[in-house]
Design a binder for this molecule. Sequence first.
Ligand SMILES: C[S@@+](CC[C@H](N)C(=O)[O-])C[C@H]1O[C@@H](n2cnc3c(N)ncnc32)[C@H](O)[C@@H]1O
Length: 244
Amino acid sequence: MSAEPQVPFAVPAVPALGTARRRFFGQGGAEPYARGLQHGVGTLILRPANDSTAAVPLRLQLQHWCAPAAAEERALLRGLRGPVLDVGCGPGRMLAAAAAIGLKATGVDSSEMAVQHARARGAMVLNSSIFDALPQEGRWGSALLLDGNIGIGGNVGALLARLAQLLDVRGSVLVEVDPRADMDLAYQAILEDAAGHLSEPFPWSRVGADALAIHAAAAGWRVAGTAGFELRGFCWLRRVGPPH
Ligand SMILES: C[S@@+](CC[C@H](N)C(=O)[O-])C[C@H]1O[C@@H](n2cnc3c(N)ncnc32)[C@H](O)[C@@H]1O
């Protein structure tokens, strides 16, 4: 049996902002995230960049992100009002699931490789940071933060305040939370693959349901509902009033 032709890995361009290089999940260094997405399988380890943080390493399964959305994940979409903004959409499984039920959804992701995969699935995706200027600001119906994406930017309060700018007044956010309800960590993280390819350090957070409720209140959101399956937990956020 002839071996799978090895596709040479091309290091994607790293977006720059002025002089400071922006640091995103799994990017820079030996690009473990882009490499992993290119193959669609494998385990990535999300760990602290240094020992000063108590965060235990997390094992992330790429095939889970590259496979179609699970039935329970698809069911979560039913609680959302379009247009949906899938924040950190990755290779787009939730966007494909939304399209399948006629729910208007757009992804935003800072990874070029993830965006290529999501577009190959027929999804609408913006290759951008959630903190950049985006279309339809103030008019999105809801936002998705799955797979630990509440950690994007390493500042939960800033991310929730950004979503308060992007969503309309009746907007809601579906957040996947850490299994430990009191988990509340912001740290410099690194992504590593099984071959030892390391990313550059990037800011990340991990937050459980109890800590999320506190961050949410400070950003003008309240926990309006929860759900869970297979050790995964989710919170729906709705606005309290204008952001404080
Ligand atoms: C933990 S992964 C989750 C992957 C994804 N939800 C999925 O279904 O495959 C985090 C995702 O967020 C993206 N990301 C990280 N920082 C971002 C930012 N500032 N703006 C937009 N996307 C970002 C990463 O590129 C990555 O695709």
